[in-house]
Design a protein around this ligand. Structure first.
Ligand code: C5P
Length: 418
């Protein structure tokens, strides 16, 4: 009988990357818990990890051969012809690297593939979970923190280390969480990345737009693009073919996402219109400028001692144009950022723009909307359902939005062209 403590793991393929830290011993229990939950487990180890626990221990516990080396002549290479390091990337439903040393994190962040484990990670097509464990100073080093930020922006899940006594005798963050916590986290990631969007084409817009005033100045807004990028990442992990049309942002592109960069509302409009026909789901998370200068000066505008004014024209409302052009089968989702009378305004937009659902965020909620890694959203459907969600990570908010879209079974009641 399988344990019911981690219901999402039954029948799942979990690849485990073990790297060289003192906490490798905890991973023996992790393998046992994963097996108890009904998962199939394949372990890959770095050479440093084998200094702490032998591959034999992990192959006995996982009941599968352990892969250490890329080279067939090596005594630790896999002799199992059916599973090479690259195949693990295709075989796995999720991959967990734990404990992840600062060295392995740097390798993954920068795309090195010098051993079997890092090569497998480059060929991965499933969620990657990293559980760092290291000494306090290594954890706090800007290189480690920047590498983790880079991995997070590409869509990796990072299970933060716990605080406590470290092998070095120092006290602080750096301890690998207990096996139960690790397995619980893997279970949660598997739960929020079901492959329910396979073969679905999803079109997402993200970020602000910049409307040029002259060659060096523009009108923009404070959108970071994080919500749209989280949606793109979440949809790709659920198996969708994702096209992300991004305004000027500084974010890395999530894995398996096709990205088209644009600057202005007009360029975003044109890119969206060129892509919309083939999309099954369209989510407009971009904060598109509503006004742009009538003309952009060819030369830098000179400073004068008098007041100046800019003449503005309204930009195309992309979402509204989509509402007119969409088919019954397509799902169309917009965002609304409001400061007052939030619900009323969002509902008006939902109807006016002929959407299936609108995602409301308010600047009044702490930790919500522009720039934050978290959001507080309310989902409002054309059918009249209103669901307010608590403060959560933008990836989790994205997962909620995608699940709500999946539940929108009935074609919308608005008029449609075909
Ligand atoms: O009307 P408002 O701009 O508040 O509506 C927000 C929604 O409309 C967002 O989904 C945004 O991406 C979209 N929008 C658009 N084109 C514009 C302005 C907003 O598609 N010009």
């Amino acid at each position: 009988m399988f344990s019911h403590a981690h219901p999402m793991l039954a029948g799942k393929h979990i690849a485990l990357g073990v790297t060289g830290g003192i906490s490798v011993y905890k991973m023996c229990t992790v393998v046992r818990l994963l097996k108890k939950a009904g998962a199939e487990v394949r372990v890959m180890m770095t050479r440093a990890a084998t200094e702490f626990v032998t591959p034999l221990t992990f192959s006995t516990l996982s009941q599968n051969e352990v892969v250490v080396s890329l080279w067939p002549q090596d005594k630790h290479a896999s002799t199992d012809k059916s599973v090479k390091h690259i195949d693990i990337g295709l075989w796995a439903d999720a991959m967990l690297v734990a404990p992840a040393t600062a060295n392995t994190i740097a390798h993954i962040a920068h795309g090195y593939a010098e051993d079997a484990l890092s090569a497998a990670i480059l060929a991965l097509r499933c969620p990657l979970i990293i559980a760092p464990a290291m000494d306090l100073d290594m954890w706090e080093h800007p290189a480690t923190q920047q590498n983790l930020a880079l991995l997070r922006s590409r869509g990796c899940f990072i299970l933060p280390p716990e605080e406590g006594e470290l092998a070095s005798g120092l006290v602080g963050p750096g301890r690998l969480p207990e096996p139960e916590t690790i397995v619980e986290y893997v279970n949660d990631v598997v739960a929020k990345t079901p492959l329910d969007l396979k073969k679905k084409k999803v079109l997402i817009t993200a970020g602000p737009t910049h409307e040029p005033i002259d060659p060096v100045r523009f009108i923009g807004n404070r959108s970071s693009g994080k919500m749209g990028f989280a949606l793109a990442n979440a949809a790709a992990l659920r198996g969708a073919e994702v096209t992300l049309i991004a305004g000027p942002v500084t974010l890395g592109t999530p894995q398996h996402v096709k990205r088209i960069d644009v600057e202005t509302a007009q360029q975003m409009h044109d890119a969206v219109m060129a892509q919309m026909k083939k999309a099954d789901i369209i989510i407009m998370a971009a904060a598109v400028a509503d006004y742009a200068p009538v003309t952009a000066a060819a030369e830098k505008i000179k400073k004068k001692d008098a007041a100046m004014s800019l003449e503005l024209r309204s930009t195309p409302d992309i979402l509204r144009a989509l509402g007119e052009k969409r088919t019954k089968k397509q799902r169309l989702i917009g965002f609304a950022l409001e400061t007052t009378n939030e619900l009323t305004h969002a509902k008006e937009k939902l109807t006016k723009k002929k959407l299936d659902m609108i995602v409301l965020n308010s600047t009044r909620d702490k930790g919500a909307a522009f720039g934050h890694d978290t959001n507080v959203i309310t989902l409002i459907t054309a059918g009249g359902a209103v669901k307010k969600l608590p403060l959560m990570d933008k990836f989790d908010a994205a997962a909620e939005i995608l699940s709500a879209i999946q539940e929108l079974q009935q074609p919308r009641s608005h008029k449609s062209t075909n």
